[in-house]
Design a protein around this ligand. Structure first.
Ligand code: SRM
Ligand code: SF4
Length: 512
């Protein structure tokens, strides 16, 4: 790009040019000692996000920390450290599994942050570069290494990409000034478990000279525009995934549009250059010839939600998928999940982009006892057909962009609809509190996007309704089918959609 001159830069480019976000790493102990109230505004509101520390205007003084959990996999020891962090804040401490297979911790006192970083360091956890203009948590198959039908185990690749971009979790100044956020996903399974199509860069399994990946680019959601990723017409071998990711992130860093922040995601650069030029530039940056894409990829299945009990490829072992309604966890829940993983499994816990958890490596002989554990009443292996698929972004409880409260409402609405209706199949309902679409309403069967609605002279919380999102094979984005429904009027409308379009039946109500 030929964009030069600081007068042309948007506010965020200016603040990055003045001081790189990662520099607050050196100052964090001093900040914590003096208190957040004494911090310069841009350091507090923005640069802290380079460390994964988020000031929450909705709960000033109670900070959020966003981790990086590559491929969504944690050890029980790491889970216990995360639980200990929030435990000390009592009711104000909580955690959320995110739509990027990740964890966010809430209620954190600023003065504790240096100590929390030390704890993370000891167990190999990091929150570095997890917010603002960085590459976000890199997603991979939640069943990597467990699934008999997988074509490639994504764990190592995802970890290698993270290590490269974050300098093994210490922070990598080479990649801390991107024009905007950047999302990467790698899938080695057949069911597109990580929504490849909504990432700036995605690798999907495909055979050409043996096994490799076709490359998709430019997928993103924003308040202004939503696009599914498009094929780059490139196929790479597994051992080329990391270096190609680096080259594409470098192209984005060096040439991505920086004037208008609303037009700074990768797809806008692809539009500006055209796909052919973009591909040529990637090839130059990579320094070797790109192979054309394999004629077809191997995404061939409907998407699985992993809730329930399933055999692994290792004989005698199983994984158990637990439904964590809207991803919300308390410290006690986290200790309990860690305990289950240790007692019954191999001490490993995994997360899905549907905000649920998986405990792998459970021996046949331990299954029945595991299934009697009391926590499984809260985190069921056989929840209702709506509850098992409900996803919700943070919403007004903690997010200052939110136009509506989402998580509590999502659970209440799901329970109410399950009381009224008998479903014959899961229906994926996603809630998101504003057009930023963190709750991905465009990939849902029914997506609900928060908005404000005028009714009887009053301004009320409402939603725009999205439908037609398809995940897994032949994924496509849903579109808005009805605008401005007040939340208080939503239940009968959803009931009607479920009856007419998803084969639900009215449940006969029994008299008490
Ligand atoms: Fe998001 C901004 C939460 C996934 C698109 N997102 C935010 C902020 C940081 C805004 C803020 O500072 O308050 C939210 C933090 C609220 C809080 O306290 O939790 C926030 N986003 C989330 C999470 C936690 C939603 C959830 O409940 O799971 C997800 C964290 C993922 C992670 O672990 O890194 C989350 N956000 C997404 C996704 C989904 C995805 O990645 O698959 C999207 C759409 C996909 C995409 O980005 O292309 C998404 N978030 C946004 C955007 C719009 C980006 C844009 O290009 O305009 C914003 C606004 C922004 O960045 O300026 C945003
Ligand atoms: Fe906040 Fe909007 Fe994202 Fe929900 S969709 S977490 S309300 S920015």
């Amino acid at each position: 790009m030929t964009e030069t001159g600081s007068e042309k830069l948007n506010k965020f480019e200016k603040l990055k040019a003045e001081k790189d976000g990662l520099l607050v790493k050196q100052e964090i102990s001093e900040f914590a000692r003096k208190g957040w109230e004494s911090m310069e505004e841009n350091d507090l509101n923005h640069r802290l996000k380079w460390l994964g520390v988020f000031f929450r205007p909705v709960t000033p003084g109670k900070f959020m920390m966003r981790m990086r959990i590559p491929n969504g996999i944690l050890t029980s020891t790491q889970m216990c450290v995360l639980a200990e962090v929030i435990q000390r804040y009592d009711k104000e401490g909580s955690a959320d599994i995110t739509t990027r297979q990740n964890i966010q911790l809430r209620g954190i006192d600023f003065s504790d942050i240096p100590n929390i970083f030390n704890k993370f360091h000891k167990v190999g956890l990091t929150s570095i570069q997890s917010g603002m203009d960085n590459v976000r948590n890199i997603t991979g198959d939640p069943l990597a290494g467990l699934d008999a039908n997988e074509l490639y185990d994504t764990r190592e690749l995802v970890q290698q990409i993270q290590d490269l971009l974050t300098n093994r979790g210490e922070g990598n100044p080479e990649f801390t000034n991107l024009p905007r956020k950047f999302n990467i996903a790698v899938t080695g399974g057949k069911d597109n478990s990580i929504h490849a199509e909504i990432n700036d860069l995605a690798f999907v399994p495909a055979f050409k000279e043996g096994f490799g990946f076709n490359v998709l680019v430019g997928g993103f959601f924003s308040g202004k525009r939503c696009e599914a990723a498009i094929p780059l017409n490139v196929w790479v071998k597994p051992e080329e995934v990391v270096s190609l990711s680096k080259a594409i992130v470098e192209i984005f860093r060096d040439h991505g549009l920086r004037l208008n922040r609303q037009k700074a995601r990768l797809m806008w650069l692809i539009d500006e250059w055209g796909l052919e030029k973009f591909r040529d530039e990637v090839e130059k940056q990579w320094g070797k010839s790109l192979q054309t894409a394999a004629p077809k990829d191997e995404i061939d299945w409907e998407k699985r939600d992993h809730i329930g009990v399933y055999p692994q490829k290792q004989p005698g072992l199983n994984y158990v998928g637990l439904n964590i309604p809207v991803g919300r966890l308390t410290a006690d829940d986290m200790f309990e999940l860690a305990r289950l993983a240790e007692v019954y499994g191999s001490g490993e816990i995994r997360f899905t982009v549907e905000q649920n958890a998986i405990i792998p490596n459970i021996h046949d002989s331990a299954l029945n006892t595991l299934l009697t554990e009391p926590i499984l009443k809260k985190f069921s292996v056989s929840p209702g057909l709506l509850m098992r698929s409900v996803v919700s972004c943070t919403g007004a409880q903690f997010c200052n962009f939110a136009l509506i409260e989402t998580k509590k409402r999502a659970i209440a609405m799901t329970e109410a609809l399950e009381q009224e209706l008998i479903l014959s199949k899961p229906v994926r309902i996603h809630w998101t509190g504003c057009p930023n679409s963190c709750g991905q309403p465009q990939v849902a069967d029914i997506g609900l996007m928060g908005t404000k609605v005028r009714k009887n002279g009053q301004t009320l919380e409402g939603v725009d309704i999205y439908m037609g999102g398809k995940v897994g094979k032949d994924a496509r984005l849903g579109t808005c089918i009805q605008k401005s429904v007040a939340c208080e009027d939503l239940q009968p409308i959803l009931k009607d959609i479920l009856l007419k379009q998803f084969g639900a039946k009215v449940r006969e109500q029994t008299a008490d």
